[in-house]
Design a protein around this ligand. Structure first.
Ligand SMILES: [Zn+2]
Ligand SMILES: [Zn+2]
Length: 274
């Protein structure tokens, strides 16, 4: 190889560069999703190839053909995100297509997954195949990804090959790998637990809202007796949730929790991927 050349940055959207060859110079970039990929132990930066913002350590392991389903290899803060992502994928046998059943952009008909990745992409929506690549092959930035099956809804990492990285792919060894089978099994259990937790959270919330609504109705009802009102106020005060004891941020004040619309699907949010 000739002398190392930094990438000649071109204008336009970052994903447009996915067709170019990966540069062989790296710079300090956004912290990688994986544990131990920071520059130093307490650093909040990772080394990334300047052309595709791919983490150099992740590129090295992808080049050796290593891929993993182990959520615990990710930094703690990203593990729920990973489980949220995999909750939207029909995980099947290693040689089958794993279809995406999450959000599909109503306008472009492209599948998408919301994830804000500062320093990597300005778009808040990503193609699930790229996200699947990040969570298995490594944090390869906006490296292109192609399927071997041609199915645009397939998120099976065995069918996804990161492009222009020079990955080594040995499908037979993947299918025979006991380690990968174990990781996949664990992942499925973690997804199940995650979905259970979410369902319970939802149920608790529904119950809380119903309680707030019932109290509200009773207090505003002209026919409700003095005793009922007195008891309601007293129990609320003892539980510390009376209107005079709550702060504006307390969720008890709301029948509905204010939602953060940043992560919602919007049709204007272009998916420049693919
Ligand atoms: Zn990395
Ligand atoms: Zn497939």
């Amino acid at each position: 190889m000739a002398e190392a050349q930094p990438s000649r940055r071109r204008g336009g959207h970052a994903y447009g560069r996915r067709f170019h060859q990966m540069s062989n110079t790296a710079e300090e970039g956004e912290l990688c999703l994986y544990v131990g990929h920071a520059i130093g132990r307490f650093s909040e930066k990772s080394m990334r190839y300047d052309s595709h913002q791919a983490c150099t350590r992740c590129v090295a392991s992808a080049r050796e053909g290593r891929l993993s389903f182990d959520v615990n290899r990710l930094l703690k803060r990203w593990r729920p995100k990973a489980l949220e992502f995999w909750s939207n994928v029909d995980i099947g046998a290693p040689d089958q297509c794993w279809n995406w059943h999450g959000k599909i952009n109503t306008r472009t008909k492209q599948p998408q997954f919301p994830w804000r990745r500062a320093g990597i992409a300005s778009s808040t929506q990503h193609h699930p195949q790229r996200v699947a690549m990040w969570l298995t092959w490594g944090d390869l930035g906006f490296t292109g990804v192609k399927t071997t099956c041609g199915n645009k809804y397939c998120c099976n990492p065995f069918h996804l090959i990161p492009q222009k990285v020079g990955v080594f792919v040995d499908h037979d060894s993947y299918h025979d790998s006991f380690e990968l089978a174990c990781e996949l099994h664990t992942l499925k259990q973690q997804i199940h637990d995650y979905q259970m937790d979410k369902a319970i959270e939802k149920e608790v919330e529904v119950k809380r809202v119903a309680e707030v609504q019932a109290r509200h109705d009773m207090l505003l009802d002209v026919d409700s007796g003095y005793n009922d009102r007195f008891e309601a106020v007293l129990t609320d005060m003892l539980e510390g949730r009376h209107i005079s004891q709550t702060e504006a941020e307390d969720r008890d004040m709301y029948r509905q929790i204010p939602t953060d619309h940043a992560h919602e699907e919007s049709d204007e949010d272009e998916l420049t991927d693919f």
